[in-house]
Design a protein around this ligand. Structure first.
Ligand SMILES: [Zn+2]
Ligand SMILES: [Zn+2]
Length: 921
């Protein structure tokens, strides 16, 4: 290390400023003379009133009793059980407010005896003391101005003038006069007790200890109320100069001054001779040093919860309490706030413990590097190096390079290897910052949906070594994958279109519309070509089917979906421009910026709370050191985003995700508790999520690699894409173990109807249940008013050629009547593919579905109505119209007779596009 350059420049600076000081010397002599005059004038002014002084007084700052309220108090954070969890301390302050009633009389008297013996008699200024000090000032050769300040003046000095600079003697004199003037004024508006209380809470008692309570803690490990006379005198002795009379660093100086304090107390009649003698005999300094070692604490690292809480309080002080940013920060760190957080300690510790347990995470944890270096050469030129530069260097050597290491040693070797290429010499000064972060990372947050209160959070795994490190609950924006289907597609469609768990969409080849044209095919997450055909939204949610979700957001439109997402509290959406999130891919969580775990979990909590969304709260209320409530979060009203009924229906579908057949997240089941939720995975396994709820709590977990700029994939083989559900379940099972198992409250206005799962409409007995499969007819819940009144329009009884299985013509010798499912026409430009319905269906392109063996007969789409039913028949509709809306295949049930000409006129190409193929990817 070479600091010579630095120290030289500092020396030069010192020389320069010394020169300018010398230049002012003459003026100082003149000013000193003036000072004497001004003090005289000042005294005269206060007694009789003189013009010059009036001007000075008019310039004095306004004061109220609030002006002298002590600043520099630490704020205290309490958890939901009232335990102190953190103290927020501005750099260099340590203060605790205490009422005068709790300060023993002898402590008050010790300070009065040494600092202001006529405190109870004067009106703010001590004329007698001032005259004595004035004489002393002149006789000492203008060396000292100490000794004349009353407690009232000292209070003003500490609290009104503390941030004001005093440049030059004139300003000093002006300040002094103002101080005297204001001291008199202050005595008019505050009682002696109020002044003394403020003073005792304000004084600097050494080592950043402000106020007598903090000092009692610091030096004696006691509350101020427990201090005896001997101890009180130690504190009063510090006041004259917190540095020189510090009882730990300068016990001898303090001892001398303390003796004077005790002598004054005796002389002024505050203590008896016995009290004096025993205090003088007390070997108090041994106790002080002893205690100091115990309380010596290093800087505390706040938890992720407290980090996030600080951000929220700061924001709310500005937005709700009207503070400026600076005032908010001052209030937070130095005004003695009591912050009642919503954190529940037993839930937080369950979360912390499960995250600290390595067995809950996949083996072979990797290490990521956070690194930066500045090199200053001997000429003072600085070169900065970043981790990105290092990664680039390695990437050039090996295109497959990924900045992940299997151990810290390996990571350090990589840093060393790179640094070795930088040509650093002994003449250079090197500043390096490096840390290793465990990967993959994870975060989890738990909210009480009934209140919006966040009860626990953890923003990362591994030891938290500093404040404001990356909080992956609040500050990491990641794509939410399929967890977004619920909030972006289904919730808006339920609310806007009357969709429900029984609504059907066709799971078959489907392409995004890109720039008005047929674009990429939507792939289902399992990347198989196994399409499921007509599917209810309930099944689509349980199986996390992409195509159904994209069709649903298409129906409700992405722009309407955005409105809902904003009301669900998402603040990171890209609302306009080329990268706007308002597209079909939003249904699958394809977002430009991503979302935070906190906002995603809070949106789910809104669903769990009957569709009523609370902005997540980290505190219930904030009280200032006067006891006034300055922010009350418990009165915040929620937003009803979706109806209670639709919220309950969504939850009922999400129960199937965990406990239903084909559900994707059975691993997340909370032991002995009703569980609902939704998983999410983003492309290339960059992120995995599970957000779910019980009737008590909603929680979200995220796992991924911090560095999203690289193609870091979670390995499903290594269990990296599945352990999070078990971890979620483990944490939730612990926090629910003493809670009664119950179901989500079912609101009124829910009806149950027997439907056909191929149409979502009333099932036709003997038709819907006889297409050759079981489980087609089910009981399904609907929000009252959205239940179907029409019968199934997807099942038809058709005349089938028994030889070919195709629609019969008049030439087919063997004809049977069968129940068939109508397959919708394909999206224009998208090729048809086999679905689970193909074998049981007939194409809506009737011509193509007609028997190809017994040809030459009269073309006859042999579709008959179900006997005794008005429905069950189909009128082939215009395939072009059908292509625009797959659901429009629905025939008019009253049109009992098929129109053969309409079918003959059907354009065979409509359902047989050429572009795109159903590659499974
Ligand atoms: Zn049916
Ligand atoms: Zn035939």
């Amino acid at each position: 290390m070479n600091y010579s350059k630095k120290s030289t420049s500092r020396k030069q600076k010192a020389l320069k400023s010394r020169k300018s000081k010398m230049g002012k010397k003459l003026g100082v002599v003149f000013l000193k003379t003036l000072l004497v005059l001004f003090i005289a004038v000042g005294v005269a002014g206060l007694c009789g009133g003189i013009g010059i002084v009036k001007g000075v007084i008019e310039n004095a700052p306004d004061i109220t009793s609030a002006s002298v309220l002590p600043r520099g108090y630490k704020s205290t954070v309490y958890d939901a059980d009232g335990n102190k969890t953190a103290e927020l301390i501005a750099e260099g302050t340590n203060r605790t407010y205490v009422k005068l009633d709790n300060i023993p009389k002898h402590v008050q008297e010790a300070f009065i005896a040494i600092e202001d013996e006529r405190f109870y008699d004067h009106n703010g200024i001590d004329i007698q003391g001032m005259l004595r000090a004035g004489v002393k000032f002149v006789t000492s050769g203008f060396r000292t101005t100490q000794g004349a300040s009353t407690i009232t003046q000292q209070l003003l000095k500490n609290n009104v003038f503390d941030f004001m600079s005093e440049h030059g003697m004139l300003e000093k004199i002006e300040r002094k006069l103002q101080e005297q003037y204001l001291a008199v004024k202050l005595e008019d508006i505050m009682s002696k007790d109020e002044i003394l209380e403020s003073y005792l809470n304000t004084i600097n008692l050494g080592q950043n200890t402000l106020g007598v309570q903090a000092a009692a803690n610091r030096y004696f490990g006691k509350s101020i109320s427990e201090l005896d006379i001997s101890e009180a005198a130690v504190l009063a002795a510090i006041t004259k100069s917190p540095t020189e009379y510090n009882p730990i660093k300068h016990p001898d100086a303090n001892k001398t001054r303390r003796a004077l304090v005790l002598k004054n107390m005796l002389d002024q009649g505050y203590i008896s001779q016995n009290d004096y003698d025993s205090a003088m005999e007390d070997d108090i300094y041994a106790r002080i040093s002893e205690h100091n070692e115990e309380t010596q604490s290093t800087n505390t690292v706040y938890s992720y919860f407290v980090d996030a809480l600080i951000d929220q309080v700061q924001k709310d002080l500005v937005e709700k309490a009207g503070y400026s940013a600076t005032q908010a920060s001052n209030a937070l760190y130095s005004s003695g706030l009591k912050i009642y957080s919503t954190q529940k300690p037993e839930i937080q510790s369950a979360l912390d413990e499960e995250f600290a347990n390595g067995e809950n995470f996949p083996a072979n944890t990797k290490v990521a590097i956070e690194w930066a270096m500045s090199v200053v050469d001997k000429d003072g030129n600085t070169t900065n190096y970043s981790q990105e530069m290092m990664f680039k260097y390695y990437k050039e050597q090996n295109s497959g390079y990924e900045p992940l290491y299997s151990s810290e040693e390996e990571a350090q070797a990589a840093i060393d290897g790179y640094v070795a290429t930088l040509g650093i010499t002994d003449d250079d000064t090197v500043y390096e910052k490096s840390s290793f972060i465990m990967q993959p990372q994870a975060s989890m947050v738990i909210e009480d949906q009934k209140t919006g209160e966040v009860v626990a959070m953890i923003g990362g795994r591994g030891e938290k070594t500093a404040n404001k490190t990356l909080n992956r609950v609040t500050n990491a924006l990641r794509n939410p994958g399929s967890t977004f289907k619920i909030v972006a597609a289904y919730a808006p469609a339920f609310e806007e279109l009357g969709y429900g768990p029984g609504t059907v969409q066709y799971d078959g080849p489907f392409a995004y519309t890109e720039n008005g044209k047929v674009g990429r095919l939507v792939n289902n997450w399992d990347k198989k070509t196994q399409y499921r055909g007509w599917t209810t939204l309930r099944e689509a949610i349980a199986r996390s089917m992409n195509i159904v979700a994209v069709k649903t957001i298409t129906d409700v439109t992405p722009s309407v979906a955005i409105d809902y997402l904003l009301r669900f509290g998402f603040t990171s959406l890209q609302l306009d421009g080329a990268n706007s999130d308002a597209g079909q891919a939003m249904a699958l969580g394809g977002l430009t910026n991503g979302v935070s775990n906190l906002e995603l979990t809070a949106a789910y909590a809104g669903i769990a709370n009957g569709g009523s969304y609370y902005k997540p709260k980290l505190y219930s209320k904030i009280v200032d050191n006067e006891g006034n409530v300055i922010l009350d979060n418990t009165v915040e009203e929620p937003t009803q985003v979706i109806s209670e009924q639709n919220a309950w229906l969504l939850i009922d579908c999400m129960k199937d995700v965990v406990t239903g057949a084909g559900g994707t997240s059975s691993a997340a089941k909370i032991s002995n508790m009703t569980t609902a939720g939704k998983s999410g995975t983003t492309s290339e396994n960059r992120d995995v999520w599970f957000v779910g709820m019980s009737p008590y709590y909603t929680a979200g977990i995220w796992v991924g690699y911090d560095n999203n700029g690289y193609k870091h994939e979670l390995s499903s083989k290594a269990g990296e894409t599945s352990f999070h559900k078990k971890l979620w379940s483990k944490v939730m099972s612990r926090i629910h173990q003493n809670l009664e198992n119950k179901d989500f409250d079912k609101p009124s206005g829910i009806v149950q109807v027997t439907i056909c799962t191929k149409s979502g409409k009333l099932a036709i007995p003997g038709v819907c249940d006889s297409d050759g499969r079981s489980g087609i007819v089910i009981n399904e819940y609907f929000a009252d008013g959205t239940q179907p009144t029409e019968t199934c329009d997807k099942h038809v009884l058709a005349n089938i050629c028994a030889d070919t299985g195709l629609l019969a013509t008049t030439m087919c010798p063997n004809q049977i009547v069968q129940s068939k499912v109508l397959l919708p026409p394909m999206q224009s430009g998208v090729a048809e593919a086999v679905t689970l319905d193909t074998a049981y269906g007939i194409s809506s392109n009737l011509q193509a579905a007609t028997c190809t063996v017994h040809t030459g007969g009269v073309y006859l789409p042999s579709i008959y109505e179900q006997t005794g039913s008005a429905a069950g028949a189909v009128t082939p509709t215009d395939p072009n119209a059908a292509a625009a809306d797959p659901n429009a295949v629905a025939a008019d049930p009253n049109a009992a007779t098929a129109d053969p000409n309409a079918a003959a006129a059907a354009d065979p190409a409509a359902g047989d596009g050429t572009a795109g193929s159903a590659e499974g990817q």
